[in-house]
Write a protein that binds this ligand. Sequence first.
Ligand code: IPM
Ligand code: MG
Length: 408
Amino acid sequence: MIRKEEIERAKEYFGNILEEQIERAERIKSSLTPMDFSKIRPIVIGVAGGDGIGPIIVSEAERILKHLLEEEIRKGDVVFKEIEGLTIENRVRVMKAVPDEVLEEIKKTHVFLKGPTHTPSPGDPYPNIESANVALRRELDLFANVRPVKNPLLNIDWTFFRENTEGEYILGSMGLDIGDVSIDFKVITEAGSERIIRMAFDYAKKTGLNRVSVVTKANVVKKTDGRFYRVAERVAKEYPEVKWDHWFIDIFSAKLLDPERRSDFKVIVSPNLYGDILTDEAAQLQGGVGTAGSANIGARYAMFEAIHGTAPRMVKEGRAIYADPESILRASVLMLRHIGFNDKADILEMALDMCSIYERKIVVTGRPGGATTKQYGDYVLSWIENPNLKEEWEKAREAFISKAKRGE
Ligand code: IPM
Ligand code: MG
């Protein structure tokens, strides 16, 4: 009997979910046209340290950004704003993925740089609250997760557009346990798919790359992924100059490792969870997740973050001062581009390439003996200040590639 009541309750629960999701789909349809962040002045940049090694790497990125934007800050075109309280202790205290007052502060920014935040999982000492990332992406409607991955040696230059609010994530904390059966939900909407797919095609067109790969598992997950595929097919018709193809996630993950094929991929667009997995795989080919930055873009807000976690072991062992800030600095490059400071983004990107790939005069290893976060930051600043950065970068890149070709 209990079972029957439980099932009735679950049906009602499902009904409510359905109504909410239909309303959300309507809201997306009428959502704002994306703001052009490069036109907004003053632009407010929020900074949130997060947990674990987060505050250390974020403050280093903030120091470098403030240096790059010195003049804009002085003129009042750029304003920095510290966001306090996005910590696991504070989030657990109010039992919310993002405390209300923190969210209010974030909403006073245009873009914000976020350190990694602890995501409790089963077996964790903290209660199993929702991931702050997932909640922020949903609350601020940051629908596009844009993750570039490059490796000149492997001849890869990919830009992933991962749908960032739907799929398995949107109701990831809203599944059901009934008796021995557990059920989660996956939601994909027409408008939610269209806005990310359109962004990928726009990017392919604007950059002249003119090539988009759409990744799903539509042969098995027929409704949700099937819709994502159909939307891609429809949107693609509006971009006759862009060549596109469709891949299943399994074979696509294999092809990313195929030296014969992988250089063909340019712009990749996929539903949420596949994008999560693919971007870690891709980042590994660039040198690891610590080397990649991530942009979470919405119509009104944008959040930039490292793609690695909080490294609790480093903190416990007293090694936090040796944390590598490369990933958050790569995210800072994406942020500078997003707010229209392309020249400064180029400078920071070239300086990072010199410090982490080409010259590597000092190396962060995460341990004593390696450089500290701050020493690495000083190294990056020295390249930023170097008047020959561009020529040195070009020379170093050339030398690096030919050395690798000779197999040295
Ligand atoms: C990422 C992370 C997050 C995700 C986690 C921390 C919830 O893996 O940004 O890729 O799955 O999206
Ligand atoms: Mg991930």
